[in-house]
Design a protein. Structure first.
Length: 1244
């Protein structure tokens, strides 16, 4: 029972009368309404992708190979994942179908700016190729709420205006949006652009912003696109088009990835790209080998991709290199090596090297080609006539060298790679197709190297370019590991002219008996048939290989059949008969020839070649491809490790007579050590240091000129691998030799020289075994602080110390050192011999004058200023005047006369020029006449306008020469002199004016020149004014020149003035030059006054530098008097290196300050008002009133010598006494001022 029911049973309430009524005038409450959303906008994306230069194969498996945001358009089972996506593809043929629906090209630019009432949005298009603009507008949300709570739509009016070429704005669109939406709504308008080259688009909002929380009416300018109408085939371009609506990817542009097979390129005609095989018969072959012809198919063989990249004229080097400049035969061999099938590490087989690479940006050609060659571990280089490519792959040595062919007594400078440059972990970067071709890293370990380093990991990174195979990445890592591990020995050696045979990247064999321990190489003495006679005795067992260098320059090996003395018989004939003096080497089963990979070939001298090589181990290739075990090749028969020393070392002495002098010689002898190729010897006398003797291969060494005393010697044996033994020491032995130290020099003198000091010394008796003289010097007379100047070999007895400052003072000592290293005493023992550089100003100034005269800036200042080119023969004015004369002198056409090419005639008021031979009666304007101008002639006046173009292509001296010339001009003359006039009247006035421009261009072979001459002139009788500009640009195979000459001139009677500026810039094979010369010139009554400013900079390839700037003034009177002045700055090479100079050439040079002249030079004298000199040297001095110290105080400190003859000397501080000397007496005063001494006139 409910609680309500229980309440009802308690007590019945009293009945009441019902009151019935209602609220006056109030209606039922109304519910707010919400308007429905308008239809949403759906944008469509249509994107054109340019993939590659065509033609290419294209997607591997149609739409299954096209991925959008990582998902293929078509699944593996054929299901379409994106039904709304439309895909088109063109492979890049020359004539291919147009893409459907693609009628324009556009570049959309994001804007995302809110459009506010009263603030228009502006955008300027400057691409004159644009045909239209597409503006995209959006409204994120449109809604409004009224007072009753109803949610309605919003209306926004807007307009678009266009201004063309900065003209007024023209309204081209008025539209409105009236809708309600809660998701973004977009609308696009295409705006046709009027004719013009520059447009400004203005978008205006006509409806004011509500600025109310009840209304959302934001309007956005989302993007604008510049549109070029086109219906393109995209010839030779692999292109695709992708089309889908905005709902497909949520309004975003999908990220696309396509698995494609790329370019169709040139490959050998006998090549099957599918099976990667090369046919030996049929098409593309001749006698079983490739005939050098090509066909076009797809391949990812890196060798043929390299060939295509080098020769393609658009994205390669084909505009510079043709097929004859590429070694296709070496590429053919490399391509076969790349195509060989090797294990892929997963139980299958794959090509050794492939290249799956997408070039997307421009780079240096050399770097790109080297990167591409690195795919097959190759090297590309220019050999002077073609590009040659070699690869690190199995091959026979192209040539052999032995000690008889290697210069410097067969010496090879071996260099090992540093241990810290070898690694144990190689991280190979490659593109993993299982991860969308993202870069992955594959580790390759060298376990043996890690064990040797105690488990230490030394990591290096390797970029495997174009690699999409894990197996290839592994092989690249193994190649790097084994190359670092097995090829650790490099070398440098020089050979003769046969060094031109091996090229970088090729393999050579070297027989070095010092390393091998056997005499396994030499020269052929004679060869007949299969019998080769060697030049030395050697071990040549049956079964060894004899390699000889044949006359054609190749090396060929044959198996040894038998040996009889030096005659070696081989199993088979050589391909050509060996010749005497050709090199031979032996390759044994137990001792292999060293093979080297040629890294670099240089030519230090015309008859020598220098090789830089690195060890080559052919056994590594099987280990890389198939995991074979690498056996160390035996290349030496000398045990590696320790070297035994000599059994004994003995000392003895004997005396020899040299030029009448008895010299004691110590002989050091020792027993031969097994396997030693050299010995290091040292000796010492008493407790002195060990003195080394140069390494020798003999069993004895002599030390000449020993002193009496106790001697010891020690000897180390050295093996072919430069392993030294423990030193074996002799017994301490008393030897009787020279007694005492070397004597002191007999004398030491110095002589002053200009900026230097000459030193001479003499040798005393008994100094005949002197080995050298040591000269020591110092700025102070202190032997302990001196420095060694030079070691001078006996018997040199003089030395010049140069490049000192004038008046520099130094002190010198000398001592002798004998041939056994004993050092004699210094001379002099105490104070040194003083030497002083000359301080005579006369010779110094003469030397400076000589250097100044030899400098470029001095020569420039002393040269006369060239007169400005006027109207003489060959001048600009003369050349223009000749062109004007050709037109003004053109005669009327004569129908009875034939004409030749270039002739000009007048016909009516037109001027015509013959472009070829003209027959009698062929009147202008018919061909071959060309209308080049007009003329108007009256009785006393002539006016004309000319526009002449001349074109010519001809063969001159076997070269094709193209020339072009253009003449433009207007001219006017009053009262001219006509052709045929025999006299002119006195007082005739000729008034003329003209503006002329002559343009010319010429090109031939590797030479091109363009030239422009402009002239503005006016004349009345002999009075003229003209402005001319001549501009020239000239380029040849190794020279480029740009030059401009501008001249302003005016002349009245015999008086004239001109200003000329000449600017030139030249680059040539020997250097570069830049120059600017400005000349101002006046001529009055026969006198010439000129000012020239010259700035010039020159650098040449030899390192010479010259930079000068000068201003020159010159005057030449009518009677021939010549006067000049100039100032110049220069920077150029001198004896002491790069030197700068500042030269003034004038009768008077002065420096002014505040109305005074404190410094002046005139008449060969220098005048200085006041000077402070820190260190001065004066040959002769004249003092006016007095000379004194800077601390002089009368009767207290300092000194003073006056003109009156009084000389006062005080102490350095007050109270030390003083001395006074006059011409009559000498007086001395003590500290208290008391006179203590007086000499001479005692009355003073």
């Amino acid at each position: 029972m409910s609680a309500v029911a229980k309440k009802a049973r308690r007590a019945a309430p009293r009945k009441r009368r019902a009151v019935i009524g209602g609220k006056g005038g109030q209606a039922k409450q109304k519910q707010p309404s919400i308007a429905s959303n308008s239809v949403p906008s759906i944008s469509t994306a249509r994107i054109t992708y340019l993939w590659s230069w065509g033609p290419i194969v294209g997607p591997v498996d149609d739409l299954r190979s096209v991925k959008l945001n990582g998902t293929p358009v078509k699944a593996a089972d054929g299901t379409i994942n994106y039904p709304s996506v439309k895909w088109q593809f063109r492979s890049g043929e020359l004539n291919q179908e147009r893409l459907e629906g693609i009628q324009e090209s556009s570049n959309e630019i994001d804007v995302k700016k809110e459009l506010i009432y009263g603030t228009p949005w502006l955008y300027t298009i400057t691409n004159s190729m644009s045909d239209a603009a597409r503006i995209r507008l959006s409204w994120p949300t449109l809604r409004s709420q009224d007072a009753a709570g109803n949610i309605n739509g919003v209306r926004i009016d807007y307009a678009v205006d266009i201004s063309t070429d900065n003209g007024p704005y023209v309204e081209v669109l008025v539209s409105a949006v009236d809708r309600k939406n809660i998701t973004e709504y977009e609308r696009a308008h295409r705006l046709e652009l009027p004719a013009g080259t520059r447009w400004t688009i203005r978008v205006r909002r006509l409806t004011p912003n509500a600025n109310s929380d009840m209304v959302v009416d934001q309007m956005i300018v989302k993007a604008i696109a510049e549109v070029v109408d086109s219906d393109q085939e995209y010839p030779l371009t692999a292109v695709s088009c992708l089309e889908y609506d905005a709902q497909t990817f949520g309004g975003d542009i999908a990220k696309i990835a396509v698995l494609m097979r790329g370019r169709i390129i040139r490959v050998p005609s006998n090549y099957d790209a599918t099976t990667r095989t090369y046919a030996t018969s049929g098409t593309g072959t001749s006698n079983g080998i490739w005939d050098g012809t090509f066909k076009e198919v797809y391949t990812n063989n890196p060798a043929w991709i390299f060939y295509d990249l080098v020769l393609h004229p658009y994205y390669g080097l084909g505009d510079r290199i043709d097929a004859t400049m590429v070694d296709r035969w070496s590429l053919y061999r490399i391509a076969q090596y790349c195509d060989q099938m090797v294990p892929d590490g997963k139980g299958g087989m794959e090509p050794r090297f492939t290249c799956n690479l997408y070039f997307q940006k421009q780079a240096e050609a050399y770097a790109v080609l080297q990167d591409l060659a690195s795919i097959f571990h190759g090297l590309a280089y220019w050999d002077g006539s073609q590009i040659v490519v070699n690869a690190d792959m199995p091959g026979d040595p192209v040539y052999t060298y032995n000690q008889t062919q290697i210069l410097n007594n067969g010496a090879i400078k071996y260099e090992g790679t540093r241990a810290r440059d070898r690694h144990t972990l190689y991280m190979v970067s490659w593109d993993n197709p299982d991860q969308g071709f993202e870069t992955d890293k594959e580790p390759v370990f060298d376990d043996e190297a890690m064990v040797e380093l105690g488990g230490m990991v030394r990591e290096t990174s390797i970029g495997s370019i174009g690699c999409t195979s894990l197996g290839q990445a592994q092989r690249d890592g193994q190649w790097a590991a084994l190359t670092e591990k097995l090829q650790t020995q490099g070398g440098v050696f020089r050979v003769g002219l046969d060094g031109d045979i091996p090229k970088p990247g090729q393999i050579i064999a070297v027989a070095d008996p010092m390393l091998v321990g056997r005499n396994n190489g030499g020269r052929i003495s004679a060869a007949v048939g299969r019998i080769v006679t060697l030049d030395r005795d050697t071990t040549a067992p049956v079964g060894a290989r004899l390699l000889v260098n044949l006359p054609s320059g190749k090396s060929e090996g044959r198996i040894v059949k038998s040996v009889a003395g030096r005659d070696v018989t081989v199993m088979a004939d050589f391909s050509e008969q060996p010749q005497a003096e050709s090199g031979w080497v032996l390759d044994y089963e137990d001792l292999k020839l060293m093979q080297f990979y040629v890294r670099n070939v240089t030519r230090p001298e015309w008859h020598q070649f220098q090789f830089e090589v690195i060890q080559h181990d052919p056994s590594k290739f099987d280990a890389i491809d198939n995991g074979a075990v690498v056996d160390t090749r035996p290349i030496t028969g000398i045990p590696v490790g320790t070297q035994d020393g000599p059994a004994r070392v003995m000392l003895s002495q004997h005396v020899v007579i040299e030029q009448g002098i008895a010299v004691t010689v110590m002989s050091i002898a020792w027993d031969a050590a097994p396997n030693a190729v050299g010995y290091d010897v040292e000796w010492k006398w008493g407790a002195r240091e060990w003195v080394p003797v140069p390494r020798t291969g003999e069993l004895m060494a002599d030390v000449r000129g020993i002193y009496s005393g106790q001697y010891m010697a020690r000897v180390r044996a050295v093996s072919a691998l430069n392993v030294s033994s423990i030193p074996v020491t002799s017994a301490l032995t008393n030897l009787e030799g020279k007694a005492g130290l070397p004597p002191a020099v007999a004398f030491l003198t110095t002589t002053s020289e200009l900026f230097g000091i000459s030193i001479k010394w003499g040798f005393p008796p008994g100094a005949e075994d002197t080995q050298r003289t040591e000269i020591w010097y110092g700025p102070a007379n202190d032997l302990g602080a001196s420095t060694k100047l030079a070691d001078l070999a006996y018997p040199q007895a003089d030395y010049r110390m140069q490049s000192l400052l004038a008046g520099a003072t130094l002190f010198f000592w000398a001592r002798l050192v004998d041939r056994t290293g004993n050092v004699g005493p210094f001379y002099p023992i105490g104070n040194g011999v003083m030497g002083q550089a000359s301080s005579d100003a006369g010779p110094i100034l003469e030397q400076i004058k000589g250097k100044v005269d030899e400098s470029a800036i001095s020569k420039e200042l002393n040269d006369r200023i060239d007169l400005i080119d006027g109207s003489g023969p060959g001048s600009v004015n003369a050349r223009i005047d000749q062109a004007v004369q050709d037109f003004t002198d053109a005669l009327a056409y004569d129908p009875e006369k034939p004409y030749v090419k270039g002739d000009m005639v007048r016909q009516g008021q037109r001027i015509y020029q013959a472009e070829g031979p003209v027959a009698v009666g062929d009147a202008p304007p018919t061909a071959p006449w060309k209308d080049i101008g007009s003329t108007l002639e009256e009785a006393n006046a002539l006016a004309g306008e000319v526009h002449q173009n001349t074109l010519d292509i001809a063969e001159v001296d076997g070269k094709l020469v193209a020339t072009s010339e253009k003449v433009d001009g207007v001219y006017a003359q009053v009262n001219p002199t006509y052709a045929g006039d025999t006299a002119t009247n006195a007082g005739d006035n000729t008034v003329s004016a003209g503006v002329w421009s002559v343009w010319s261009a010429i090109a031939e072979g590797d030479y091109a020149q363009s030239k422009r001459t402009d002239l503005v002139e006016a004349s009345v009788n002999a009075n003229t004014a003209a402005i001319s500009t001549e501009t020239t640009a000239r380029v040849s195979a190794d020279t480029a020149l740009a030059q401009q000459i501008t001249t302003l001139g005016a002349q009245v009677g015999g008086n004239s003035t001109a200003i000329q500026t000449e600017t030139a810039a030249r680059v040539a094979a020997d250097g570069v030059l830049g120059q600017q010369i400005t000349t101002v010139e006046t001529n009055l009554n026969g006198a010439n006054l000129s000012i020239a400013q010259n700035a010039q900079a020159i650098q040449d390839v030899d390192g010479k530098v010259s930079a000068t700037w000068s201003v020159r003034l010159q005057y030449t009177s009518a009677t021939g008097e010549y006067k000049w002045a100039g100032v110049g700055l220069g920077l150029e090479n001198g004896p002491g290196g790069l030197q700068s100079k500042f030269i003034i050439d004038a009768d008077m040079f002065a420096i002014g300050q505040g109305g005074t002249i404190p410094f002046a030079v005139t008449g060969g004298q220098t005048f200085i008002k006041a000077a402070f000199i820190q260190d001065g040297t004066i040959t002769n001095a004249k003092v006016g009133a007095y000379i004194q110290s800077d601390d002089y105080v009368a009767g207290s400190v300092g000194w003073r010598l006056s003109k009156t003859g009084v000389f006062e000397i005080n102490g350095s501080v007050p109270g030390q006494g003083r001395m006074t000397m006059t011409n009559r007496s000498l007086r001395v005063y003590d500290a208290a001022g008391q006179k203590r001494v007086q000499l001479g006139d005692l009355s003073e």
